[in-house]
Design a protein around this ligand. Sequence first.
Ligand code: SAM
Length: 173
Amino acid sequence: MISVLRIGHRPYRDKRITTHVALVARAFGADSIFIDTHDDKIEETVHSVCNRFGGNFSIQTGVSPMKIIKKWEGSIVHLTMYGETVKESLKVLDTKKDLLLIVGAEKVPPQFYDIADINVAVGNQPHSEVAAVAIFLDRFTNQSWEHDQFDGEMTIIPSKHGKKVISTDDNKK
Ligand code: SAM
């Protein structure tokens, strides 16, 4: 089980980027996302993607990060440019254990640096939580996300040209 915990989400400002964090988490092997601030719009967007493209990804907004963290029984990783390298972190993390992956939006309070089992940097340059989640999950899952089956109403067939999409509606015809 892999969950992402998004902290410091500001609906008026972070709507698109938090949606992207959720969609990237889903596509790259996470099972769920928790977002600290309540946001109906993001829940709606993510449910709509899940309904069309399948999978069992879940989203919960308006959660208390500390409650989630206290209940969590697996590893806790906080993504920050100040952290340990991904390579070194993978030497100490047990990839078979559940993972809670914390990412910030605005400035992350110091207690999250302390509570994490490990702070991990995807390079020591400031960039984006979307890129950090994608690259970390790719490495943590050893690219297993590439074989995930979502079995949705819509399945995209890889294609060099054009768009090939199978929809369950086509199968009913
Ligand atoms: N200014 C904020 C601070 O000082 O905490 C960070 C803003 S940054 C755009 C938002 C989030 O992206 C961070 O909280 C972190 O989770 C993630 N992030 C940005 N650069 C990163 C990096 N190089 N490695 C890992 N995570 C990174």
